[in-house]
Design a protein around this ligand. Structure first.
Ligand code: CP
Length: 308
């Protein structure tokens, strides 16, 4: 089983060096430009997708990526109910078994740290496709790839992360990646109930990345190059009243778009609920559907790097 010596498991954004990111982005661009050159690259290899939480984009883009590279896929998209987890099997035992059947395992789990636990017992690479409120590193790869494509740079970007920052694994993973670049400035726009967690802020302090915490989205919109909206994650709240207190708190509509810079980019990992009005979908600055499409090419580049 061929595995890159530099990248075995993909668990968290901190693993990626700037040079590895540039290598993956260059490969993703190549794949996007000349997809026929990569057909059959992973022939004979099998990817298992174990999803214990719902997914549309991550699951299907990983499957499409593997199939387009000539590999095959198998898996379960409601593993909590339809795998032997329902009979009480531990995650570790499931991974030990599946790593005997597949060449790579893409894992989404409801518990933070699940991907790391899986990697500790797996014979094949584990790719973290989201571990509860922990991280979603491949989403961050496609997000950064999108920023680079839309703005033709990463160094120097001003990024507002908006919404459920406490539970948002995508914003955490993206902030970790951005901290590897120069002259980055971040705004964390959230109500106190779902503000950015201290561990990530400590990481930014350590890496001298300035950030501002605020609840006032309107004042931030004219200041930034990227507005990264996120959904308030209802499924992470144990108290419905706590969710009701913050749901629908931020919304980008035509009036909000008018406050943004002319060349700024509006992003969202999706799915959206009501954070972005469909009335702005046709605005050229709305990049979220292009962003989701980039997931295919980045995941093809990542699978190629891990397995070829
Ligand atoms: N962005 C993202 O992770 O979407 P899915 O939940 O649909 O995979």
């Amino acid at each position: 089983m061929a595995v890159s010596s530099r990248l075995r498991h993909v668990i968290e954004s901190q693993q990626f060096s700037r040079s590895l990111l540039e290598e993956l982005f260059a490969r993703a661009e190549e794949i996007k430009r000349e997809p026929h050159r990569f057909m059959g690259r992973l022939a004979g290899q099998v990817m298992a997708a174990l999803f214990y939480e719902p997914s549309t984009r991550t699951r299907l883009s990983f499957e499409a990526a593997m199939l387009r590279l000539g590999g095959q896929t198998m898996g379960t998209d409601n593993a909590r109910e339809f795998s032997s987890a329902a009979k009480g099997e531990t995650l570790e035992d499931t991974i030990r078994i599946v790593s005997g059947y597949a060449d790579v395992i893409v894992l989404r789990h409801r518990e933070e740290g699940a991907a790391k636990r899986a990697a500790a017992v797996s014979d094949v690479p584990i790719i973290n496709a989201g571990d509860g409120p922990g991280q979603h590193p491949t989403q961050a790869l496609l997000d950064l790839f999108t920023i680079r494509a839309e703005l033709a740079k990463i160094d120097g970007v001003r990024v507002a992360m908006v919404g459920d920052l406490a539970n948002g694994r995508t914003v955490r993973s993206l902030a970790y990646l951005l901290s590897k670049f120069k002259d980055i400035k971040l705004w964390f726009v959230a109500p106190p109930q779902v503000s950015m967690r201290d561990d990530l802020k400590a990481h930014l302090d350590e890496h001298h990345v300035p950030y501002i915490e605020t609840q006032d989205l309107d004042s931030v919109l004219p200041e930034v190059d990227v507005v990264y909206m996120t959904r308030i994650q209802k499924e992470r709240f144990t108290d419905p009243a706590a969710y009701d207190a913050v749901k629908g708190i931020y919304r980008i509509d035509k009036n909000a778009m008018a406050r943004m810079r002319k060349y700024a980019v509006l992003m969202h990992p999706l799915p959206r609920v009501d954070e972005i009005s469909p009335e702005v979908d046709d605005d050229p600055r709305s990049a979220y559907f292009r962003q989701a499409r980039n997931g295919l090419h980045i995941r093809m580049a990542l699978l190629d790097k891990l397995l070829s």
